[in-house]
Design a protein around this ligand. Structure first.
Ligand code: NAD
Length: 325
């Protein structure tokens, strides 16, 4: 069960594209008032669409909020963040833009307001370098769709206070998430370090003509992807090692690491030809679905996987039970 008393009264969302809109949806469904600002004329439509998707997903999960929070759109950062308990910044991944926006946020909040950035990989020490109160800046790196996936990586910079980390952990827990404190600050944190390695290999496989986008996705979704959603890498490999466990697994497969099977330190050049090949293969694979349809299929599948995990009280399923409080 989450600590309801830790729920904030008001959250500010700065930048409401894919991620900002989904943060707004999660907080609204938790009954928290949300103020959003985004200069794009289409932002209100994007948020409405994502909130609709989130409602559909939570209903399918059997979670009906007693009361949804109130959503307000405002046309300035100042108006959005002024009374917020936590400000979540979700503008494009451009360092200079983020630093300007974080400075503007800081100008409008008191020194105690927690400021979180959704950055996928920029170090908080760099983001907070020009702030007057850098101690309240954390990274809260979520996963798309934020209203369904519970993981959020919480990362502090050199100047972040331990109190800010604790507050962020408590707030995200109250949002029904599974916050993980990334204790050592590195570029791209934990998840995107892993994902980039897989992504780079996938690009090589397409570039070398070894496999199409669909064949690579099939290897994941019919194979290890199913395992990964309920046990991670190490727990699965422990089983793969049999009674000998990890030690046996490492002695059996350790030597293959130096053969080498992968090209991890190299990146294929993203030429126009490679980009076109990936685009054409992706169209052939998924072009018969609209993005809206793919989102709905993804969400329905994720909900049913989460429900199955909840029935077994395992992994991410345990966060669903927390939301039923
Ligand atoms: P996006 O392009 O979908 O959305 C960015 C939004 O910021 C747009 O709506 C844009 O209008 C708005 N914006 C631009 N300038 C602004 C300003 N001055 N004030 C307020 N809003 C402004 O991008 P996204 O995918 O939502 O990514 C946002 C952040 O979240 C990035 O830092 C990204 O690395 C991170 N992130 C993305 C994902 C993902 O899967 N897309 C996952 C985790 C984290």
């Amino acid at each position: 069960m989450t600590d309801q008393s830790a729920l904030p009264e008001r959250v500010a969302i700065v930048g409401a594209g894919v991620i900002g809109a989904a943060w707004a949806a999660r907080w609204l469904l938790r009954g928290v008032d949300v103020a959003v600002t985004d200069p794009s004329a289409t932002a209100p439509k994007v948020v409405a669409h994502v909130v609709d998707n989130a409602r559909h997903a939570w209903t399918r999960m059997g979670i009906e909020p007693e009361r949804e929070g109130a959503l307000t759109f405002v046309d300035s950062i100042d108006a959005a963040v002024r009374d917020a308990d936590i400000v979540q910044e979700n503008v494009p991944e451009i360092l200079e833009l983020k630093k300007i926006i974080l400075g503007q946020i800081e100008d409008s909040v008191d020194a105690a307001t927690l400021i979180a950035s959704s950055t996928s990989g920029l170090k908080p020490s760099v983001l907070q370098a020009d702030l007057r109160h850098p101690e309240r800046l954390v990274v809260g790196h979520p996963f798309n769709p934020v209203y369904l996936l519970p993981m959020v990586e919480v990362v502090g910079g050199e100047s972040t206070s331990s109190e800010s980390i604790s507050r962020a952990m408590a707030l995200y827990d109250a949002a029904g998430m599974h916050p993980l404190h990334v204790r050592v600050e590195i570029d791209a944190f934990i998840a995107d370090r892993l994902l980039e390695a897989v992504w780079r290999e996938a690009l090589w496989l397409v570039s070398d003509g070894v496999a199409t986008t669909e064949e690579i996705d099939d290897v994941i979704r019919f194979g290890f992807g199913l395992r990964w959603s309920q046990m991670g890498l190490f727990e699965n490999y422990r089983i793969a090692g049999g009674e000998g466990g990890m030690a046996h697994f490492i002695s059996q497969f350790g030597p293959t690491l130096s053969w080498p099977w992968s090209k991890l330190t190299d990146t294929p050049e993203l030429t126009d030809a490679l980009t076109q090949r990936i685009g054409e293969q992706s169209d052939a694979q998924s072009g018969h679905h609209t993005i809206d349809e793919l989102e709905r299929i993804r969400d329905d599948n994720l909900v049913d996987i989460l429900l199955a995990l909840e029935a077994n009280q395992w992994g991410a399923g345990q966060t669903v039970s927390k939301l039923r409080s």
